[in-house]
Design a protein around this ligand. Structure first.
Ligand code: FES
Length: 101
């Protein structure tokens, strides 16, 4: 598991970016629910943690592709490939991301 931050450090409607040494992961807080996806847009090289949240959808800051945080699937062009989703665990006051190897 990858440590992210202390519980409560991700304000509602925002995201944080963590790097697992392989690829960055973005963790979003949507109305108190935490979602983790690969941070890099599948269209080009942009950080989705820097995008705009609308409910469970994040819009890429570069060309406005939209992704569903629950599934990773693109819901708006130009991206066609999903981002990976990851499990989020809150344990002893800290947030962790579970990444499949
Ligand atoms: S880099 Fe995200 S839509 Fe182009």
């Amino acid at each position: 598991m990858i440590p992210v931050c202390a519980e409560g450090e991700i304000a509602e409607g925002t995201a944080v970016r963590v790097d697992d040494g392989d690829r960055p992961i973005a963790v979003f807080n949507v109305d108190g629910e935490l979602y983790a996806i690969d941070d890099t847009c599948t269209h080009q090289d942009a950080s989705l943690a820097e995008g705009w949240l609308d409910g469970c959808t994040v819009e890429c800051p570069l060309h406005a592709s939209c992704f569903d945080l629950r599934t990773g699937k693109p819901t708006g062009p130009p991206a066609k490939v999903p981002v990976r989703t990851h499990g989020v665990v809150v344990r002893d006051g800290h947030i962790y991301v579970e990444v499949d190897v």
